[in-house]
Design a protein around this ligand. Sequence first.
Ligand SMILES: C[S@@+](CC[C@H](N)C(=O)[O-])C[C@H]1O[C@@H](n2cnc3c(N)ncnc32)[C@H](O)[C@@H]1O
Length: 268
Amino acid sequence: MGQPAPGGGVASDGAAAAPAVAAPRRPVEPTLQWREGVPWSARFDDRYFSSDAGLDETCHVFLHGNRLPERFAALRAGDVFRVGETGFGTGLNFLGCRRLFERCAPAGARLVFRSVEAWPLAPQELRAALALWLTLQQAAGELLGRWPPAPGQAIDFGAVRLELDLADVADALPTWPEAQIDAWFLDGFAPAKNPQMWSDAVLAQVARASRPGATVATYTSAGHVRRGLQAVGFTMRRVPGHGRKREMLTGERAPGSLGGKPRLTRGG
Ligand SMILES: C[S@@+](CC[C@H](N)C(=O)[O-])C[C@H]1O[C@@H](n2cnc3c(N)ncnc32)[C@H](O)[C@@H]1O
């Protein structure tokens, strides 16, 4: 069942702790169900990931949609690459991203994966959801061993750091530092079922927290999401989606938009 989501930002990488964020506004109740073999949210009447093969979808939509294989491979020792995610859910995207980073990035580079989740799964729910992915079992076990994270506490897995804001996205994103995120995973249930996760205010925060040149990827091809991201400075493209989804969206924030540092943090 769902747990109360303690409010709290996370200590950011080597910097001052992010300001605490308020606890979610909505009541917390058990919602995780299973349909067609995948976790399903009764609250949002939607699946956590595709029944077509969630891990393949993660790779296609979020990892390749953000060109992470080549970007991770191009890192140098001392670089810190930052991913931002809306909707941590089962942690599948995190685990897939960690695996890719560990395979592609050079020694001495680091990944900071920051995500937000208003309704963290209970340990037994997370264990059941992650049991689907045989190739991720070791990393899933490590995540489960540290779950749920204490409010404000980052979790380190070697060169990969997880920072999880257990709060509503509308409260959490404004606390993120400006112009730090290199790549975004927008994964907050279907926009028609969860419009709060795709509001203009949330997209504006995504832009504010993005480095110039940051990329964004999402499984949805909804026109208002595309236009909303364009309005805050991303150049958007429709590209082939995964499985039964004909199209999805990728985008890039124009270098030079709204200030911020144009390159990766070195030695951060
Ligand atoms: C599609 S699932 C994310 C799947 C996830 N990325 C994974 O790898 O399993 C969407 C997630 O967004 C969370 N969520 C929905 N609305 C939210 C909000 N307003 N603030 C924070 N989290 C929210 C849900 O609880 C759910 O866990």
